[in-house]
Design a protein around this ligand. Structure first.
Ligand SMILES: [Zn+2]
Ligand SMILES: [Zn+2]
Length: 358
């Protein structure tokens, strides 16, 4: 079994790691977290002074391996929005990041990939601990089913990371609060991987108010007006290990000519421009998710970016230049874990996952 932990080194995630190692059910655990440990983290997170300055995913990968030496650990030191979507394919995603945008990203991909996920958070001032679980059925509610304008308005907010950033509310959470959230997550996770689905918190939220010693369980409904109109997972086909030699021409062979190609999360661009020196490159390029820069400028120290007018999330198969269609996928910038999706009017969409999944 495979688990993915988003926000693997933080207030909740760092306390969750030892539980995952001890479950003995996972062959692979993938850790995602962009940050490094800072001195202030000693108060709230599961670390020792020697680990200050080190990437959180590497510290926690080491902790996983010490407890469970046979475990395969993947460490992604980056934002979840920048990870190839296929890396989130798992039996369960455990989500405890410090931003709403990261949760929205997990929610969308968990649905597309058909992966159940468990999310937890804490609020230090009011001593609140929250756990939610999301199933994978088309009628199961998702995170955004319960969102209104306020949630969308605060998508940019990040928590507890930069004390100098006035926008970021400091959580300064007591260690016990994160540890409790992690323990609740671990219990739900064990039920889920044991297949006790009736007992999992799917579609509900458990909230502990430790200031007043109260417990609340609330249910979310599937919202027909949810931003993710279609809650059904995409059927996926694995492009096996030879994908470095695969080309778009192979994938498009024999299909109707009006099909459109997309690499979800990434855009196609026809023009790259350097903000520093004005250098331009024409052709067909793939943008990187969560980043402006597509590549370094060959003329100056700047970087080449695709402007909004020059980028599009999908392209007609007939508009792909022949040279591009015949270039191996990895040389086009397609990464292991990227999805390639073909949609047409006369057929069901086809979605490939590039590279090895597990
Ligand atoms: Zn929804
Ligand atoms: Zn330049």
């Amino acid at each position: 079994m495979r688990a993915v932990v988003v926000g693997a080194g933080g207030n909740v995630g760092s306390h969750l790691i030892p539980h995952l190692a001890r479950m003995g059910r996972f062959e692979t655990v993938a850790l995602i977290d962009p940050d490094r440990y800072e001195e202030k983290n000693l108060r709230s997170q599961e670390i020792v002074p020697d680990e200050i300055g080190r990437p959180k995913v590497l510290v926690q990968a080491g902790r996983l391996r010490r407890i469970a030496p046979d475990l395969r650990v993947e460490a992604h030191q980056t934002f979840v929005e920048r990870v190839a979507p296929g890396a989130l394919l798992a039996d369960v995603i455990l989500s405890c990041p410090d931003s709403r945008a990261a949760r929205q990203h997990v929610n969308e991909w968990a649905r597309r990939l058909g992966v159940p996920w468990i999310d937890a958070g804490i609020e230090a001032d009011r001593l609140l601990v929250r756990v939610d679980a999301y199933g994978t059925g088309p009628d199961d509610p998702c995170l955004e089913c319960g969102w209104d304008e306020r949630h969308y308005a605060s998508l940019e907010q990040r928590y507890a990371c930069d004390p100098d950033d006035p926008r970021a509310p400091a959580t300064n959470a007591p260690s016990g609060l994160g540890a409790l959230a992690a323990a609740l997550m671990a219990v739900e996770c064990e039920k889920l991987i044991e297949g006790r689905n009736e007992e999992v918190l799917f579609g509900r939220e458990l909230l502990l108010d430790l200031l007043h010693h109260r417990q609340y369980v609330t249910a979310t409904r599937r919202n027909p007006d949810c931003r993710l109109m279609d809650h059904a997972a995409w059927p996926l086909t694995l492009l096996d290990g030879s994908s470095r030699r695969r080309t778009l021409r192979d994938l498009l062979a024999g299909g109707p000519p009006e099909r459109r190609v997309s690499i979800p999360g990434r855009d196609f661009a026809r023009l790259l421009r350097c903000g520093g020196c004005g250098h331009e490159e024409h052709g067909l390029f793939l943008t990187l998710p969560g980043r402006e820069s597509v590549r370094d400028c060959p003329r100056c120290a700047g970087s080449l970016v695709a402007a909004g007018f020059d980028r599009t999330p999908e392209i007609a198969a007939s508009a792909i230049p022949r040279e591009w269609a015949e270039t191996p996928l990895d040389r086009l910038g397609v990464r292991p874990g990227d999805l390639i999706r073909l949609t047409g009017e006369t057929e069901k969409p086809t979605t490939w996952v590039v590279g090895e999944l597990r």
